[in-house]
Design a protein around this ligand. Structure first.
Ligand code: FAS
Ligand code: PHB
Length: 392
């Protein structure tokens, strides 16, 4: 088989890239290790920035998001038993975020790709990348006992943190930066109405909690747990009791509990691999960087990378210009590091750290009090939360 772009991974990065390239008349094949149901079964992000909304519209898959997504103009910070609203819309000249689950984004992209009759190879085994340091890279994979080869002009590594793409780059060519946090997020998805109409980020003596949602009838909740914690140690009742103990009295009273549809623990890390281009192999999304989910940046960074990459490929095939491809990595990394900094800052401000003792929370509470009392500080937070501009 031959194509112009071989995309490794059918998560949001790979599928969004495939759509944007298709809109630009560029041929691409997506190669995915898992089945469609497995990909859809992973419950992850929930908050979209305007940049992501715009790219999904450009890809022609924004209809259901606008119909079912929930625009949010503010979030609440809960500390010392009281909630304080950050007026995202008022502080950023009208910008907001959209609450719309990554599962739905992925479903919309999958359906659009299938409707367009575009090739996605699911359950591809033993994917390997070849000759991307030259001008005729190849991808090989096995399926149904056969080995297949795809010749292409470019390989887009959209296969996440544990993927094969970054692992195929010679170690000497890669600089990596990593910080692993001493805790994880125990998350529950349940068909119960959200405790509040906006997200609540809580800094409490028992640790961080987040009240989010997927719709007016489906909620997504998280509590910070030690990094060695196991999900099997947590019954639904144990989760609801712990969440309730971390909420203010009014929210604790309003909390509606119910059976979990999904329950999992996500580790938290900050990670960046530089650069994001190796000849004809370009990395995008979690394949190149990971943020702690506190800032709701992971999915949004992936979308921005793909927006830059699609534009660079359009310039290559349209004007045979490689200048945008040459700038791809620097352009992405300037935005990535700002999101890494915000996600680290917001995680450091809201989570309980085992080694900072009693003074740790006092210092966090002082910063939170300053934050909610200062228009300048709240504006800085709001600008980062709604997403920094998509640099041209
Ligand atoms: P993904 O990991 O989503 O997709 C990569 C795809 O490549 C997968 O389908 C995988 O099966 C496939 N793949 C892997 N190896 C392959 C191989 N060798 N060959 C072929 N295919 C291969 N972000 C937020 O903003 N908020 C959150 O709350 C949040 N929670 C998260 C929880 C967890 C457990 C994880 C892991 C991430 C979370 N994220 C969150 C971040 C998440 O949303 C990512 O940013 C987003 O999935 C990035 O999308 P992709 O880059 O497409 O990577
Ligand atoms: C979610 O709804 O899953 C979510 C929302 C905001 C975050 C992280 C996760 O910061």
């Amino acid at each position: 088989m031959r194509t112009q772009v071989a995309i490794i991974g059918a998560g949001p990065s790979g599928l969004l890239l495939g759509q944007l390239l298709n809109k630009a008349g560029i041929d691409a094949v997506v190669i995915e290790r898992q089945s469609p149901d497995y990909v859809l079964g992973r419950i992850r992000a929930g908050v979209l920035e305007q940049v992501t909304i715009d790219l999904l519209d450009k890809a022609g898959v924004g209809q259901r998001m606008h119909a079912e997504g929930l625009p949010h103009g503010g979030i609440e910070l809960l500390f010392k038993g009281a909630r304080h609203r950050i007026d995202l819309e008022g502080l950023t000249g009208g910008k907001h975020v959209m609450v719309y689950g990554q599962t739905e984004v992925t479903r919309d992209l999958m359906e659009a790709r299938a409707d367009a009759g575009l090739t996605t190879i699911y359950q591809a085994g033993d994917v390997t990348l070849h000759d991307f340091d030259g001008s005729q890279p190849k991808v090989r994979y096995t399926r149904d006992g056969q080995t297949h080869e795809i010749a292409c002009d470019f390989i887009a590594g959209c296969d996440g943190y544990h993927g094969v793409s970054r692992a195929s780059v010679p170690e000497a060519a890669l600089r990596t930066y990593e910080k692993v946090y001493p805790f994880g997020w125990l998350g529950v998805l349940a068909d119960v109405p959200p405790v509040s109409h906006e997200l609540i980020y809580a800094n409490t003596g028992r640790g961080f909690a987040l009240c989010s949602m997927r719709s007016a009838t489906r909620s997504r909740y998280y509590v910070q747990v030690p990094m060695e914690e196991k999900v099997e140690n947590w019954s639904d009742d144990a989760f609801w009791n712990e969440l309730q103990s971390r909420l203010d009295p009014e929210a604790a009273e309003r909390l509606v509990t119910g059976p979990s549809l999904e329950k999992s623990i996500a580790p938290l890390r900050s990670f960046v691999a530089e650069p994001m281009r190796f000849g004809r192999l370009l990395l995008a999304g979690d394949a190149a960087h990971i943020v702690p989910p506190t800032g709701a940046k992971g999915l949004n960074l992936a979308a921005a990378d793909v927006g830059y990459l699609a534009r660079a490929m359009q310039a290559f095939y349209g004007e045979r210009s490689e200048s945008a491809l040459d700038r791809y990595s620097d352009l992405c990394l300037r935005r990535v590091w700002k999101a890494e900094r915000f996600s680290w800052w917001f995680t450091s401000l809201t989570h309980k750290f085992p080694d900072t003792g009693a003074i740790g929370q006092k210092l966090q509470q002082a910063e939170l009090e300053y934050l909610v009392g200062s228009r300048a500080a709240s504006t800085a937070m709001a600008e980062n939360y709604v997403g920094l501009p998509f640099a041209d």
